[in-house]
Design a protein around this ligand. Sequence first.
Ligand SMILES: [Zn+2]
Length: 331
Amino acid sequence: MSDVESLPKVELHLHLEGAAPPEFIRTLAAEKNIELNGVFDAQGAYAWTNFAAFLETYHKACEVLDDPEAFRRLTEAVLAKSAADGVIYTEIFIAPDICGGGDPVAWGEYLAAILQGAETARATHGIETRFIPTCIRNLGPEAAVRAAQLTVDRMGPMVTGFGMGGEERHLTAADFASAFEFAREAGLGITSHAGELCGPHSVVETLDHLRPSRIGHGVRAIEDPELVRRLADEGVVLEVNPGSNIALSVFPRWADHSIQALRAAGVPVTVSTDDPPYFHTDMRYEYRMLADTFGWTTADFTALNMTAVDAAFCDVDTKTRLKARLTGDTP
Ligand SMILES: [Zn+2]
């Protein structure tokens, strides 16, 4: 069997701050003389025990990311790691509420720095990137509309989607319909987190009110056979993050993960890492575990990556180039 870890990969679900390598955060903290108590364990990895502690550590680590230059360097560091793991195309979530606190001018400066980091990574590592600004669910509908407006203001060749992250148990999808309507009307690709910590009803509400072409996670759809059929029939693509789900105990073990059953039911699934250093994973590890657990072969992973390219928020020429690279038709 060929080594699945070395295959070219397409990733659709990665949070920029959540992908920050711990050593990058440590370096920045030392440069800025910021004390990061409780962020790292004895081995130097991110320290957390449950979802609340994970969020707390995440936000503490983000304290060192306090200017556009930090985000430029972060983007380069994250993309260098992705490229080293064989990722040829990635879509990354960023949040206008984190990058500049929702201020339009500051957001423009942060975004310019992030795009510069991605251009450098493309030139250095050949990795292609698109960004999906997100609203943060627990900040509420008004902040979501503002995030959508800031995204539309700055949409362009590398800013191609709009999404929603944050605490899934807060409010309902319908509360955010106007933000998503605005983003969709402007021509942005639409995705939203759902069906991770909350059950199938969260996915149904998201489909009904936000009308996304993709769902972030969506793995708990498996609890509702009718919803599984709907996802398959409508071709809604799931951005599945198995290692993240195991780390947060959405499923107890890899063998219990719903990705295999969803795939067998005809739901288009893709594989990503979410916040990889927090969940002790990366794209190589995900592929290895899926191969070991479910017997997925090179052909399975190539099909998975083709699905991801079809669902990607990028132009047709880029998709054609990516497919050629996945099938080995070009270097
Ligand atoms: Zn996520």
